[in-house]
Design a protein around this ligand. Sequence first.
Ligand SMILES: NC(=O)c1ccc[n+]([C@@H]2O[C@H](COP(=O)([O-])OP(=O)(O)OC[C@H]3O[C@@H](n4cnc5c(N)ncnc54)[C@H](OP(=O)(O)O)[C@@H]3O)[C@@H](O)[C@H]2O)c1
Length: 293
Amino acid sequence: MNKSHPVFSPMIQGYWRMAEWGMNTQQQYAFVQQHLELGITTVDHAPVYGPDSACEKMFGQVLALDSSLRDKIEIVSKCGIYRGEGKQVNHYNSSKAAIIESVEQSLMRLNTDHLDVLLLHRPDLLMDADEAARAFEQLKAAGKVKHFGVSNFTPAQFDLLQSRLEAPLITNQVEINPVNLQVTEDGTLDQLQKHRVQPMAWSCLAGGTIFSDSSEQAIRLRETLVQVGEEIGADCIDQVIFAWVMRLPAKPVPIIGSGNIQRVQTAVGALQLELSNEQWYRIWVASKGHGVA
Ligand SMILES: NC(=O)c1ccc[n+]([C@@H]2O[C@H](COP(=O)([O-])OP(=O)(O)OC[C@H]3O[C@@H](n4cnc5c(N)ncnc54)[C@H](OP(=O)(O)O)[C@@H]3O)[C@@H](O)[C@H]2O)c1
């Protein structure tokens, strides 16, 4: 990984749902090997994935099986969300002490000495940008985190934190899918394109609901995705959706949520597909239920 510009794989494997995949450590290790073979070297984690941070812990056990694995992957993890036992309410905390403590815990669970990328998971109304920046500086100086970014931030929140940092924030990880067009409309993707910062796209398949939802929007979307898929030679509508996300000019890097390696392979196939402007807008129109002006 280049020092100032991290290199991600063209798609990222997400591990939010890992605890639901019903795999033992050997099967998880095989899954990691398989997505590495498909060219997916970047993995996405967070302390809040799985009960009691189960997903980071499981991944740490996988890394402990093979000492050569860590150098083949880039690990993204996050900090800032506090929920569960012992908390009166779920809340955010991006104080310097909380950020540093959260990273220390992630490193221990993941069995590694560094994260490639740390993201502030959600905008914290109490974030003091100077303090968060000092936490980043300390973690970077200690070699514990190489790069920093944010997730679910508005452009103003992104700019505020960036104004206190010397190194560029390297991403804003946001929800992008044909059901939820928010970041295409509220300036989030425009700002990232302006700064040439690649977003990471979460829930590209709307958490799987796009395949099963009975709303009129979902039905229209499925019909159009099937038609466009036939035109571009896609194997299934999953591929069309990933191609639709990647067609955005901010160049989002999709995070794959599936624990099924066939579906991961299918997703990677979307890298070979290209949508025309009109095909992209047909999917947009299907989502909106009306045409452009
Ligand atoms: N920063 C944030 O706030 C944030 C929030 C949410 C997620 N994320 C990250 O983004 C990653 C991806 O999010 P996501 O898991 O919501 O992604 P997603 O791709 O939208 O949804 C994945 C779900 O869809 C199912 N699925 C996939 N293909 C399917 C098909 N053809 N038919 C039916 N179901 C299908 C998967 O089941 P199978 O496993 O059975 O294939 C899985 O349950 C997460 O792992 C996490 O790393 C970040």
